[in-house]
Write a protein that binds this ligand. Structure first.
Ligand SMILES: *Cc1c(COP(=O)(O)O)cnc(C)c1O
Ligand code: SF4
Length: 457
């Protein structure tokens, strides 16, 4: 029997809290309607076309000329030149879906959280931190087979391919992902039966491996037949108990889940086969901004939910995108609203050419404190530092030592690489002028690092 909630006013229980400010419910207000019509090139694009994943992929923007054709005179003067020069210096190639292009506020592109993630601007670039490298997580050093990183005891990271539906400026794998750029000639990880077979052989030969992350690149780029081939191969290995297909797709091209039935059916079959074997197969995705979640996302995540496919999210903490308490809280509540579990927030990796995007360990700690308690605990992410040099993910609070003045934090990873310290560096632009001056002197750099390591001991 349904309970009648329409009580007469004086029978309402006395509230212990003041009425909420309607803005605190903004996570439920999702963008709907043909929002893409504000982009000149998409003015005539109907809903069926916009929702067609093949149209999205085919119409993705990879060159400045194509972007200019799409947005025409929406942008402020000087912006196009700024972008052209930014792209020449970037370690990542550019690829952006019409969905994302339509969500950017092109009249104010400098501050737009989606522009910041996907389009580099020369005027915003900052010099790299002196201690930063291309493969900062040393994934290649922990790889027994190209594209298979075995770092943690019972889990491994499998990179079946090196392409994504979009390219993020801040990609940790800029050493491999995307096309070569003027700045970086990449290690290529192409879909390749022989390389994949060697990865499965290795996984089967290591009884301790129970958990495989299938990343890339991006599972969106795998053909339906490949999703099933990889899924079946891994499910057949007795020691494999858990796997996750990782894709940025839901954040940048949610319509694929609505219109690429072959792909979704293949994923569903792997999930169901896993369920029968009592093996966990889930989807991991990568939303960073609440603006990425629209009515289309809600419909797509609803379709996954109906099929019983669990989705978890890993965000990167990015300056100007989600580095405030309000924005991060909105993102996390909005993820919960569309049935996506917020799993991790990564302190930005120390990758090349994106120093403007990094924030400090202190920022992560501050935001975490405010986010925890705002919603369900299982929808509350753990804030982690992926320790440079291959220590793996560490809870941001678990540093052995952190000097907020020099920005040096030291972590240890007893279950991954016992006895070794791992050092992370806050971006220089958040330090005092005095400290920035010290970082420009190699002897001082060494002194600050040695001091932190001594304190951590
Ligand atoms: C992140 C990662 C994993 C998975 O780690 P979880 O903490 O279980 O999400 C596995 N291997 C590598 C190399 C990774 O970077
Ligand atoms: S989707 Fe992931 S792997 Fe691909 S470019 Fe973005 S961060 Fe890198």
């Amino acid at each position: 029997m349904a309970i009648d909630l329409k009580l007469v006013h004086d029978a309402l229980p006395v509230a212990k809290k003041p009425p909420v400010d309607p803005s605190s419910l903004a996570h439920r207000a999702l963008l709907g309607g043909p929002f893409w019509h504000k982009i000149p090139a998409y003015r005539e694009v109907d809903e069926a076309t916009f929702l067609d994943h093949a149209w999205q992929a085919k119409s993705s923007i990879t060159r400045v000329a194509k972007l200019v054709e799409a947005i025409q005179d929406l942008v402020p003067p000087g912006f196009v030149e700024d972008l052209e020069s930014g792209m020449k210096q970037a370690p990542m190639s550019v690829r952006v879906s019409p969905y994302i292009v339509s969500l950017i506020d092109w009249e104010r592109p400098y501050d737009d959280p989606l522009r910041i993630q996907f389009f580099p601007l020369a005027s915003r670039l900052r010099p790299d931190h002196p201690k930063l490298g291309l493969d900062s997580l040393a994934e290649q050093a922990d790889a027994p087979v190209a594209g298979l990183t075995h770092r943690y005891v019972d889990k491994a990271l499998f990179l079946p391919l090196d392409t994504c539906p979009v390219y993020c400026r801040f990609c940790t794998r800029s050493y491999a992902i995307g096309l070569d750029t003027d700045e970086v000639e990449k290690v290529h990880l192409r879909p390749n039966d022989e390389r994949w077979r060697r990865a499965y052989q290795y996984i089967a030969s290591r009884p301790e491996l129970e958990d495989i992350v299938i990343s890339g690149g991006d599972a969106y780029q795998l053909r339906a037949a490949h999703i099933e081939e990889i899924g079946d191969a891994l499910l057949a290995i007795p020691n494999v108990r858990r796997m996750r297909f990782a894709t940025k797709g839901p954040a940048v091209m949610p319509m694929k889940i609505l219109t690429d039935d072959a792909w979704l059916d293949a994923l569903t079959r792997v999930v169901e086969k896993g369920r029968k074997l009592h093996k966990d197969v889930v989807l991991h995705t990568h939303f960073n901004s609440p603006n990425e979640i629209t009515g289309i996302t809600e419909a797509a995540m609803g379709r996954l939910f109906e099929r019983g496919i669990l989705v978890r999210n890993q965000s990167v903490l990015i300056r100007g995108v989600n580095d405030s308490v309000d924005t991060m809280t909105l993102l996390i509540k909005r993820l919960g609203h569309v049935n996506v579990h917020a799993y991790y927030v990564y302190v930005h990796d120390m990758v090349r050419g994106v120093e403007d995007l990094r924030t400090s360990v202190d920022t992560a700690i501050h935001i975490e404190k405010h986010v925890r308690g705002a919603t369900a605990g299982y929808n509350t992410p753990t804030f982690v530092v992926d320790a440079p040099g291959g220590g793996g993910k560490r809870d941001v609070h678990s540093y052995e030592h952190y000097n907020r003045d020099s920005g040096v934090s030291v972590y240890s990873a007893p279950s991954v690489k016992p006895g070794r310290p791992f050092v992370y560096f806050d971006p220089l632009h958040q330090l005092s002028t005095h400290m920035r001056r010290r970082w420009s002197d190699p002897n001082e750099q060494k002194r600050m690092i040695d001091q932190a390591l001594a304190k951590a001991r």
